[in-house]
Design a protein around this ligand. Sequence first.
Ligand SMILES: [Zn+2]
Ligand SMILES: [Zn+2]
Ligand SMILES: [Zn+2]
Length: 260
Amino acid sequence: MKVTILGSGTSQGVPIVGCKCPGCTSKNPKDKRLRVSVYIETDIKLNDKPLRILIDTSPDFRQQMLVNNITDIDAVLYTHYHVDHIMGLDDIRQINQLQKKHVELYANRETAQRIRQTFSYIFDENTYKGGGIPVVDLHEIDLEPFDVIGQKVIPLQYMHGPTIVYGFRLCDFAYMTDCNFIPETEYEKLKGLKVLVIDALRYRKHETHFSIEEAIEAAQKINAKQTYFTHMTHDIVHDEANKKLPTHIEFAYDGLKFEI
Ligand SMILES: [Zn+2]
Ligand SMILES: [Zn+2]
Ligand SMILES: [Zn+2]
């Protein structure tokens, strides 16, 4: 499968509006971070094309589709309901129009409820007149492995401060954004990974995200062949920060692609 990092930035994005710090004023494209999301072209074939799965619809989703020439998505997996992970949902309309099909959405019960509230116009046809609405099917998932149009997905559950977040394992790839505590049961599900993408916010500790030091500790315990950090703030200046990481761990950046 092929994975593209569509966004690697924290909820404000990088640069932060009005900030003049070294990260925000860096000329390196790797220091321009849209809000977090990944795009997966799986090995499953659907009408002779790869089954395509998006994780989260960030507020930058439209921009991410333009930059990466994305014109097809079959399903979206939601990690949690925070606005930096859901607010781009309306832009699924363009996929509906281009591909003449609806898009399957998967979320745990709480996230699904919040999506129905936040985007009530999508789920209650009587509330919105005279504009296009996304055509989607929202499926509630729990901790049981589930099938996305032929692709097996193993949900991972962990904490993000007080919020429960779902990560996802597809074959030997796992995605775990917005995380500051992983229960022992979930480490069991993470054995034998080729690539892990995991939250690593900044150097200083934070109440709801792993710091770099905490993320290194979790990554080394999970022991994927390669780990990429995501959801970074402007404190991370990519090239110099990357040099300080242990082997097999790197900071992701927008547009990073890898095959598994
Ligand atoms: Zn987030
Ligand atoms: Zn800054
Ligand atoms: Zn969050």
